[in-house]
Design a protein around this ligand. Structure first.
Ligand SMILES: [Zn+2]
Length: 97
């Protein structure tokens, strides 16, 4: 089934130009119990409704971005950039020479 994906850089393009990267999830901390890591690696929620996902425009700008997709209709409600990592957001701006 074909549908359009609104790339934040290139605009609406055919879904076959993209690679689906899966639903977003929060990575466990390095010392988390094995059960938490197993759940993170092998189990998915498989929600019926809005789901936040990673998408890659492999035949276009080659950028990764996030999309909010309704899994029941494949409608992409919104696409957006991931938030900046906390260490970058808190870093002071570089001063010029
Ligand atoms: Zn693009």
């Amino acid at each position: 089934m074909s549908f359009l994906v609104p790339c934040p850089v290139c605009g609406p393009r055919d879904v076959y130009e993209f690679r689906w990267g899966g639903a977003t999830s929060r990575r466990p901390t390095p010392g988390a119990p094995r059960e938490v890591w197993a759940s993170y690696l092998y189990f998915r929620d498989n929600e019926a409704g809005l789901q936040e996902e990673w998408w890659h425009h492999r035949l276009g700008c080659r950028r990764w971005f996030l999309a909010l997709r309704d899994t029941r209709t494949n409608e992409l409600v919104r696409t957006f950039w991931p938030p900046a990592p906390p260490d970058r957001a808190a870093a002071p701006e570089e001063a010029g020479p």
